[in-house]
Design a protein around this ligand. Structure first.
Ligand code: AKG
Ligand code: FE2
Length: 205
């Protein structure tokens, strides 16, 4: 079932208990500047994952900033927070009223970069995961579907400077992806602020 995405005033309708979308969280100037800084200064790496007992490179680059690994066994170096990301984290926390202690950056170089269907796993089992996701650069479609009914789907187009808040039972019952696209696309960076350590224990205890 394809759900209606807009109400009569052309406002994006999302299940508000699962997601909130703020298309202009950052101004165009802030977003342009952030894109250039991150493209030029982040030590981007292409991670390897195991697929059908073979090691394959993920079709995107990434970097993890925090004080401990995103999850046990993750091979990415734990990078210290640069000032730009500290300032952005404070802005996200002030806007959402939530606290975060890590940020995963994904760099989609062009239309061939993607992330396959998944739910975010860095969560305490049985507890609700809260993730604040900022997008800058090329607009990409963000698809999500129910785990128990793949035809129950939504798509949001994540705009330059937007913030998407994922919360409630979203990660428990839904998967999401950024699909490859046919048409040529420029760079996009996504920043997902997460709770992985002490903040998570405090938030959920
Ligand atoms: O690029 C995006 O908007 C989503 C990235 C994502 O799903 C993830 O890092 O877990
Ligand atoms: Fe994800």
């Amino acid at each position: 079932m394809q759900l209606k995405l807009f109400d009569d005033d052309r406002q994006l309708m999302l299940p508000q208990d699962l997601m909130e979308y703020y298309p202009s969280f950052l101004s165009r100037e802030e977003s342009d500047q952030l894109l250039q800084v991150l493209l030029n200064t982040v030590p981007w790496q292409q991670s390897k994952i195991m697929m059908y007992e073979k090691e394959v490179l993920t079709p995107r680059l990434s970097a993890w900033f925090g004080s401990e690994p995103i999850r046990n066994g993750d091979q990415r170096p734990v990078l210290p927070w640069p000032e730009t990301l500290q300032v952005l984290k404070a802005k996200v926390e002030a806007h959402t009223g939530m606290l975060f202690d890590g940020v995963l950056l994904n760099y989609y170089r062009d239309n061939n970069d993607s992330v396959a269907w998944h739910a975010d796993k860095d969560t305490v089992p049985g507890l609700k995961t809260e993730i604040a996701s900022i997008s800058i650069g090329e607009e990409r479609n963000f698809d999500f579907r129910r785990k128990d009914n793949h035809r129950h789907r939504y798509t949001i187009r994540l705009q330059h400077g937007s913030l998407l808040l994922m919360k409630g039972d979203l990660q428990k019952y839904w998967e999401h992806r950024i699909a490859k696209a046919v048409q040529p696309m420029k760079a996009r960076i996504n920043l997902t602020f997460r709770k992985v350590g002490a903040v998570q224990e405090r938030a959920y205890s």
